[in-house]
Design a protein around this ligand. Structure first.
Ligand code: NOJ
Length: 759
């Protein structure tokens, strides 16, 4: 309650200094704003217009170059900068650069300052994939709001988030930044982030313009290798990869970033089909599109543009408004315009898109940072929110013999490289969060237990990739003295994120060997994984009595984990991804298409059960892997609590509905265990026959229900036939009449199907 009140006051306080210049949502062009843009554009020279399309990376400049940069601003040659706050060049850079733009450039157009504020600014929240595991849009929105309040106090008014690339491959390092594999969950949480960053009134000086990225299908990169090609048929592109972007655009998203990959052979940065036909013509997006960092010029090594000039021509014509880092627009657009290869009309459209966002942000009214850094950074409410977000991100995957929650009276051997690793628990994309502010597990544990003698710390390895076994003896000695072994391992931050993909997704270094040694002691073993991706568990799964996925949990990860491990809170997280047994199963996502030979337990023959020299068509020619079967390690949506829940009276109110109508599906959920816990009740549907083959299941809704022991609650979902729509072979979004299956279940593989029909 205290936290809520403090929030309210803080937001009120913000409103007190906000400019009253709201133009309403960007989804509808405001005539007054368009008029304002017209009158500014009339005064601008072609050079100044091209200048507005230049976004430069402040981190690339040295101190000596500052006068030169200021001169370029003075001449109206720059529209904005990225990553200024992380620069050591000059503390006051924001204000100094802005002053030149506002007071000395030809038309006084303010600069926009963007930054990768991905999961917090000073107060670091769990990595986005961890936040996605909370399935809690309100919490995710709050995290984005905290990030906006902190970043804007430093002058950042634009963030390169949310990253809403659907990700189906845990080898891909950037899966850490994603919101998982499901289009509905990623849409809901992506929209929550947009709202948290932008608020209803982006002209408040504490609002950030959000930037959904990467447009599009960057998550479909082949083999999980970053920047690689993506081949996605248009139906899947629209139904899966574009869905979160469309949701974000409809929610008032102000900016979009193009991706590095080529999509179906056309680099996303010059893809007029996605950038113009879909984004502008079909969706009516009115914000601006920024290239990714140097992605315009990277079309040359891609083999798509022959030189810088060609790259500028291709991307400007395809609809990239703002050029990030490279300067091909500045160098070549004047001439391309003269030669008729890029029109002044298109230049005006790009400038208008950028000015629209700048004006909506109220940059003329509030060009300088207004927040007070001391009161804002890491304030107690923000830390409390970060802790809650971390707690809700943890996914309990195994808890044999109810080894968790731990008891204060138990002697615990704390082992593993991430129990006290302040930098590593922050995760990828941390520019401004600092190690010194991070609360790790070890001190939090000591504080909670209150008796240092009950906590024996011997990490065993010094960092996640450590290949030395020198520390094993001390770890084993500590474990021998303890009642419980608490292993906290995983991956360092740098092993996920941009350009950090892995082909082998097991625990790196000698961690598996260490867990193997500990398991020999025959003591209860709790394994906690902190990582930016799913980990191939191998024998560590059977060797551990309990397993908790903690992602990279951020600033407050330590105390949050201790609270959950000791049962102050029951785990609530659910997997936003399908967890494979080994990399050999990848890609493995729950909403795959049905095949002509669906795999099941009945038709599956294990590799070792096949008779030698048996005729080729031995039993079990179904869609599975002989050595891994047809099931994942853990399904999408899976997660345990410290309680148990029953699902009873699953019902649909009508077995037939007409197009355009809704049905109601309900279930009675009962907490059948001993502690209060939260169940994430999930609604799945299968369209049994379609004009394009349909997925075996699709998530259509979810609700979080918190119940005390013995209590039950009816959970109701309304399902409209519009929610059943997909793109038919003509790429029209339609709901096709026919038969459907519906499940209300705790994960994507559970539950019994109920049938209904759309007429
Ligand atoms: C490249 C990354 O792909 C993108 O996500 C990021 O926002 C930009 N660099 C800016 O740092």
């Amino acid at each position: 309650m205290k936290v809520v009140l403090a929030w309210f006051l803080m937001l009120m306080g913000v409103a007190a200094f906000a400019a009253s210049n709201s133009y309403g949502p960007i989804t509808k062009k405001d005539p007054a704003l368009e008029k304002r843009i017209d009158s500014l554009i009339e005064k601008m020279s072609v050079e100044e217009k091209i200048g507005q399309l230049a976004l430069r990376d402040w981190g690339m400049y040295s101190k000596e170059q500052i006068p030169q940069i200021k001169q370029a601003i003075r001449e109206g040659k720059l529209g904005g900068f990225l990553n200024v706050s992380m620069s050591q060049v000059n503390d006051q850079a924001f204000a100094e650069l802005q002053k030149v733009a506002v007071e000395e450039s030809p038309n006084g157009i303010p600069l926009i300052f963007g930054q990768d504020v991905i999961h917090g600014y000073k107060t670091i929240f769990p990595i986005p994939l961890g936040q996605a595991a909370s399935w809690n849009a309100d919490l995710v929105e709050r995290g984005a709001r905290v990030a906006a309040l902190e970043a804007s106090a430093d002058g950042v008014r634009w963030t390169f988030a949310p990253m809403i690339d659907i990700a189906r491959d845990p080898r891909w390092g950037r899966i850490a930044e994603s919101l998982g594999e499901d289009p509905l969950l990623a849409s809901d949480l992506g929209v929550a982030m947009v709202k948290g960053f932008q608020t209803d009134d982006p002209s408040q000086p504490t609002s950030l313009a959000a930037c959904a990225k990467h447009f599009v299908a960057y998550g479909a990169t082949e083999g999980g290798r970053d920047y690689n090609s993506a081949y996605v048929p248009e139906g899947i592109l629209r139904d899966i990869y574009l869905k979160p972007f469309k949701a974000a655009v409809d929610a008032g998203l102000m900016t979009i970033m193009s991706s590095y990959n080529a999509l179906n052979d056309i680099p996303a940065t010059a893809n007029a089909f996605t950038l113009k036909t879909i984004l502008r013509d079909e969706w009516g997006f009115n914000g601006f599109v920024v290239s990714d960092w140097n992605s315009v010029l990277e079309m040359i090594p891609h083999g798509f543009a022959k030189d810088d000039r060609h790259a500028a021509e291709l991307s400007a014509n395809a609809g990239i408004d703002f050029e990030m880092h490279s300067d091909s627009y500045e160098r070549y657009l004047p001439d391309l315009i003269k030669q008729g290869k890029f029109s002044e009309e298109d230049l005006n459209i790009a400038v208008r898109n950028i000015l629209r966002v700048k004006m909506m942000l109220g940059l003329w009214e509030n060009p300088y940072p207004v927040g007070n850094q001391e009161d804002t950074f890491l304030n107690a409410d923000f830390l409390a929110s970060a802790k809650e977000a971390a707690e809700q991100s943890f996914v309990l995957l195994k808890n044999e013999g109810n080894i968790l929650p731990l008891k204060k009276s138990q002697k615990v051997a704390v082992i593993g490289p991430l129990a006290d690793a302040a930098h590593e628990q922050l995760g990828t994309w941390i520019y401004d969060g600092e190690k010194k502010d991070t609360r790790t597990v070890l001190p939090a544990l000591k504080k909670y237990v209150g008796d240092d003698a009950n906590i024996l710390y011997a990490p065993g390895v010094s960092y996640s990739r450590d290949k030395s076994t020198d520390g094993f003896a001390a770890a084993i000695a500590a474990a021998k003295k303890a009642d419980v072994i608490l292993y906290i391992g995983g991956e360092e931050s740098i092993l996920s994120g941009e350009g950090h993909s892995r082909g082998d997704i097991r625990l790196p270094g000698v961690q598996q060997a260490l867990i193997g040694e500990l398991a020999k002691l025959d003591k209860p073993l709790v394994q906690v994984i902190m990582a930016g991706r799913l980990i191939q568990l191998d024998q560590t799964l059977t060797q551990s009595d309990a397993l908790m996925m903690a992602w990279h949990p951020g600033t407050m990860g330590g105390p949050a984990l201790v609270d959950v491990l000791y049962g102050e809170r029951s785990p609530v997280g659910r997997l936003p991804l399908t967890w494979p047994i080994t990399v050999g199963q990848i890609p493995y996502y729950y909403n795959h298409l049905a095949t002509g030979r669906p795999a099941s337990d009945d038709n599956y023959t294990r590799i070792d059960d096949i008779e030698q020299e048996i005729f080729q068509h031995f039993p079990g020619n179904s869609s599975n892997l002989l050595d891994l079967g047809h099931l994942p390690q853990f399904p999408f949506g899976y997660g345990l609590t410290y309680s148990t829940f029953s699902y009873d009276k699953v019902k649909i109110n009508k077995s037939k509905i007409k197009l355009g109508k809704s049905l109601t599906a309900s279930v009675v959920i009962k907490n059948t265990g001993k502690v209060t816990a939260t169940e994430v009740v999930q609604l799945y549907v299968q369209d049994k026959v379609g004009s394009r083959a349909r997925p075996v299941r699709e998530l259509k809704g979810y609700q979080r229900v918190t119940l005390a022991p013995g209590k039950s609650q009816k959970v109701t979902f309304e399902l409209h036939t519009d929610n059943l729509a997909f793109h038919n072979p003509s790429m029209e979004l339609v709901t096709e009449p026919g038969e459907f299956n519906l499940w209300i279940a705790p994960n994507a593989l559970a539950g019994k199907a109920l049938a209904f029909e759309v007429q």
